[in-house]
Design a protein. Structure first.
Length: 394
């Protein structure tokens, strides 16, 4: 059997009886485990000499992680105190587990043992005895005595009631200044604390302004409205509506009393001639033409009921009535006198005035589209006659 027949070589074959030259590697006995101090890198046959496990570490007693059990020095692992941190010290272990104890946690230059606030470099800025790192109000020595979560220094005083007129949505602290609207009054609407109470009954009549009904509340006026709560100066009286039916009741030379009611009807017309008694020269004799022999155009002086203009022909038609845009005035007469057409509003103001040259007939158009809605008096004036017509514009 060929093989390595030399037992000093690793290739040794005990069954070989013929050496074939294969013996190459001499046997070197020793510790083949590199984790032990006895380790022999040249050994290729472990002889059981591995006894002492390697303990690598810092063997410098001045280092905080000094290991007295180290049998293999590695000073690159050593941890030392920082000369710039005089408060620090070593924890004291000597088995390699030691470490640097930080005794200036907040790095403010004060050792923890001397630092009232070891976790806060600014310590207690407001001097309230509470370290800033745990102080809910580090800039406020009073802190938050009312416990509302807002530091006193940050409190905004004002009215915090949302129903108050001066409610301040930014206020954090109630200052008892809230004002409220009652009755007709109401709030102005601001929510920054500047709101005020607004008067909702300016005239103090007990009716809120938004419930007021404006109009005429004078019971003797022609346009009296029982629902009205506030007089707006629009009341109209017969004196306003029928200025041509006024007479001087007190003898002061001023025509200021009406002889007709709100409908233009005479308050008194005993003879039924259509001429109100106050204006009738003969109130007991039917003489609608009010014949006047001594002063044409003045008050009548003849009570015989015969007109001086019996031979004259005159016709006046006004339409449509009520009118909304164009008011037509048709005038037919055999008179040669000029005529004047005047339109008065309800307060006696002239809103239209025009003089026309006579003819067999006149067809006049008056644009009333821009006139306020109301009652008007159209008056035709000539030397022969004065004629009135009630006109409604709507």
């Amino acid at each position: 059997v060929e093989g390595c027949t030399d037992s000093l070589y690793l290739e040794y074959d005990s069954s070989a009886n013929v050496d074939d030259g294969s013996c190459v590697t001499l046997i070197v006995e020793g510790c083949t485990d590199s984790l032990y101090l006895e380790y022999d890198a040249s050994a290729n046959v472990d002889d059981g000499s591995c006894v002492t496990l390697i303990v690598e570490g810092c063997i410098d007693p001045l280092a905080c992680n000094y290991n007295e059990f180290t049998n293999l020095d590695n000073n690159t692992l050593c941890i030392y105190l920082d000369v710039n941190s005089p408060c620090d010290y070593c924890s004291g272990e000597t088995d390699g587990t030691g470490f640097v104890v930080d005794c200036d946690t907040d790095n403010d230059g004060l050792c923890n043992v001397d630092d009232l606030c070891p976790n806060d470099p600014s310590n207690d800025a407001d001097g309230d005895g509470i370290c800033d790192d745990v102080d809910p109000c580090p800039g406020d020595p009073i802190n938050d005595p009312d416990g509302d979560g807002v530091c006193d220094v940050d409190e905004v005083y004002g009215c915090t009631d949302g129903t108050a007129c001066n409610y301040n949505e930014l206020a954090t602290e109630e200052d008892d200044t809230c004002i409220y609207a009652v009755g007709c009054d109401y709030c102005s609407g601001e929510t920054d604390g500047t709101g005020v109470v607004l008067d909702g009954d300016v005239d103090n009549d007990g009716v809120c302004d938004f419930n007021e009904i404006y109009g005429c509340d004078e019971i003797d006026a022609c346009n009296y409205d029982s629902d009205v709560t506030e007089n707006d100066g629009s009341c109209e009286y017969p004196e306003d509506l029928y200025p041509d039916q006024l007479y001087d009741s007190d003898g002061d030379g001023v025509l200021d009393t009406s002889s007709v009611d709100c409908d233009g009807e005479c308050l008194s017309d005993v003879d039924g001639d259509g001429v109100c008694d106050e204006l009738d020269n003969c109130p007991n004799i039917f003489n609608p033409d009010q014949e006047d022999e001594d002063d044409p155009g003045g008050a009548g002086d003849a009570c015989d009921g015969i007109s001086l203009v019996e031979n004259e022909y005159l016709q006046l038609d006004v339409f449509p009535n009520p009118a909304t845009s164009i008011l037509h005035v048709d005038y037919v007469s055999n008179s040669l006198e000029n005529i004047e057409i005047v339109l008065f509003n309800s307060i006696g103001q002239s809103v239209f005035n025009q003089i026309y040259v006579p003819g067999d007939n006149l067809n006049i158009e008056i644009d009333v589209s821009s006139f306020p809605v109301g009652i008007y008096q159209l008056k035709l004036i000539s030397l022969d006659a004065d004629i009135n017509r009630l006109v409604i514009v709507n």
